[in-house]
Design a protein around this ligand. Structure first.
Ligand SMILES: NC(=O)C1=CN([C@@H]2O[C@H](COP(=O)(O)OP(=O)(O)OC[C@H]3O[C@@H](n4cnc5c(N)ncnc54)[C@H](OP(=O)(O)O)[C@@H]3O)[C@@H](O)[C@H]2O)C=CC1
Ligand SMILES: CC1=C(/C=C/C(C)=C/C=C/C(C)=C/C=O)C(C)(C)CCC1
Length: 321
């Protein structure tokens, strides 16, 4: 009898293996096809989209892009002035915007303001864009502990609080979308940004684990998108520079282009997007090449010291105090 059971289990295992392999091939084909034939974007005119760091370079553009697609936006930023400015820009586009001054590192403030948003809007947030981010911008051994802690709190811990604040209702409605604006520096690293890489690798780990959890629970209505941009000209990494000859292939991104590429992914429920696509390469080579081989490619491309000009800009020092 037990022999019979064993052979049945083995048969089931082999059938599962076959199905999994067919699915792997299917998804490889589908994702390469989607890179060419863009699927239809989903309508978001009924969504309530909350964007953190909405006063900043990318956050402001995300707010406008979501408004252009008809969504109502809720703007969170620690800087009330720049946040209100974003709200004005959205209203000028004919969009609905509500701005709240929130320090996303303060979890009590996040939970309290989440409640306030639900009351003011009279409904639940259906899309959450965790965009707020900071970087210490100093060599680690010259960097005050508080600055390194702040980077972790804004770029990583804040994701816990905002997701805990808004995911329950998304799950209850089986409808929602969680967007994490991480970075390519959450998939590979470079020198002099220890705080930032730690926080962005953490953000990637958090996002992926959350995505796996939603899939394991078969919560099909709550989508996730991990956004990993390369350098964007918002000023946050002013001075960061790679070798000229390589920079021709990989110029810093224009903020608008970066946000449009991210929106294209979000609106087709794409789980991951690296911007530009070329940055998938270093992710693969980091995984495949031995460490020393990666080091020599970094040296060749000038990406080992690309942060030196950024770290040592005096202006950067003042503004990042
Ligand atoms: N710029 C780049 O090269 C790249 C950036 N990214 C990521 O994109 C996101 C946006 O970056 P970007 O627009 O360039 O940066 P910005 O500095 O222009 O915008 C970041 C925004 O987040 C806000 N913020 C900072 N701390 C808090 C806090 N505690 N609570 C609430 N809001 C806060 C900032 O407010 P304040 O202005 O007052 O500090 C600012 O408005 C970040 O997560 C960043 O890591 C990813 C790849 C490349
Ligand atoms: C390390 C590295 C590169 C340079 C990456 C840089 C310079 C990334 C900067 C990212 C920033 C500033 C992100 C902010 O969130 C290359 C040239 C792709 C080659 C492969 C390894």
């Amino acid at each position: 009898h037990s022999g019979h059971l064993r052979s049945t289990n083995r048969m089931i295992f082999l059938m599962d293996l076959q199905m999994m392999l067919l699915d792997v091939i299917y998804f490889i084909l589908r994702s390469s096809l989607r890179a060419v034939l863009r699927p239809r974007t989903k309508p978001i005119d009924g969504e309530l989209v909350l964007i953190t760091g909405a006063g900043g370079g990318l956050g402001r553009l995300f707010a406008q892009e979501f408004a252009k697609h008809g969504a109502e936006v809720v703007l969170w930023d620690v800087d009330g002035g720049s946040n209100e400015q974003t709200a004005k820009l959205v209203r000028r586009l004919g969009g609905k915007a509500q701005a709240y001054t929130v320090d996303v590192t303060n979890k009590e403030e996040v939970y309290r303001c989440a409640q306030l948003v639900r009351q003011d809007a009279g409904r639940d947030v259906t899309m959450l864009v965790n965009n707020a981010g900071v970087v210490a911008g100093k060599r680690m051994l010259d960097c005050p502990d508080e600055l390194m802690e702040r980077t972790m709190k804004v770029n990583c811990h804040a994701l816990f609080w905002t997701v805990k604040a808004f995911l329950p209702q998304m799950k209850a409605q089986n409808h929602g979308h969680i967007v994490t604006i991480a970075s390519v520096l959450g998939l590979f690293s470079t020198a002099c940004v220890e705080d930032y890489c730690a926080s962005k690798f953490a953000a990637v780990g958090f996002h992926e684990s959350l995505a796996h959890e939603l899939l394991a629970e078969e919560v099909k209505g709550v989508k996730t998108t991990l956004v990993c941009p390369y350098i964007v000209n918002t000023g946050m990494f002013e001075g960061c520079k790679i070798r000229e000859e390589v920079e021709v292939l990989l110029p810093p991104l224009e903020p608008q282009y970066c946000v449009e590429q991210a929106m294209n992914a979000i609106l087709v429920d794409q789980p991951l997007v690296c911007i530009p696509r070329l940055t998938y390469l270093p992710v693969i080579s980091r995984a495949l090449l031995p460490w020393e081989a990666n080091v020599v490619t970094y040296r060749f491309m000038g990406s080992d010291k690309c942060m030196y000009p950024f770290i040592d800009t005096t202006s950067g020092q003042e503004s990042r105090q």
